[in-house]
Design a protein around this ligand. Structure first.
Ligand SMILES: Cc1cc2nc3c(=O)[nH]c(=O)nc-3n(C[C@H](O)[C@H](O)[C@H](O)COP(=O)(O)O)c2cc1C
Length: 158
């Protein structure tokens, strides 16, 4: 089975999660890791599972990630298995106003999932947010462990 892990990352935290997921998937399957600005449509050739990840910006995927999603030709998404993740702030670590804002606008990965499902792709497991301390990171301390554990769920679903 061929798996493509595709991600956006401004400060490197989503990239670290993407690399962790890819490394752990590659123990069982053939995998490829692509950053969004290097993506070519031919990267989707022979891909059976897509793992997609973006930082949350304003409650959504980055503009570049959204452009990428919208650029995917409909036939390439039909019945394609996928999982989505994002990185963002942990609500409880932030003051009341920001907490309320994060609750209100939400995270990127459920929106990425919704888009892909609406376009015929098949979600393997629910979307997942990994948490950073600040805009530049770092990732909160248990997030690599959490990414490894999430990858085990992906593997079980295949
Ligand atoms: C312009 C901007 C908007 C952001 N908006 C949110 C947000 O709405 N919710 C959230 O949880 N984090 C938000 N963040 C924090 C990012 O999610 C954080 O920078 C990201 O997880 C870091 O990932 P990266 O290192 O891969 O770029 C925002 C960061 C930036 C720079």
């Amino acid at each position: 089975m061929n798996i493509l892990v595709i991600y956006d990352s401004i400060h490197g935290n989503t990239e670290t999660i993407a690399k962790t997921i890819q490394k752990n998937l590659s123990t069982k399957f053939s995998t490829k890791l692509v950053k969004i600005d290097e993506f070519k449509l031919s990267d989707l050739d022979k891909i059976e599972v897509l793992v997609v990840g973006s930082p949350t910006h304003g409650g959504q995927a980055t503009p570049q990630f959204q452009t990428f999603l919208k650029s995917l030709p409909a036939p390439s998404l039909k019945n394609l298995k996928f999982v989505a993740f994002d990185t963002g702030f942990l609500k409880k670590d932030h003051p009341f106003f920001l907490k309320a804002l994060i609750s209100f606008i939400g995270y990127a990965s459920p929106k990425i999932s919704k888009f892909l499902i609406q376009n015929g792709a098949v979600q393997l497991i629910p979307p997942k947010t990994f948490y950073v301390k600040d805009k530049q990171g770092p990732l909160l301390k248990d997030q690599i462990t959490s990414a490894k554990s999430w990858t085990k769920h992906i593997l079980k679903s295949l």
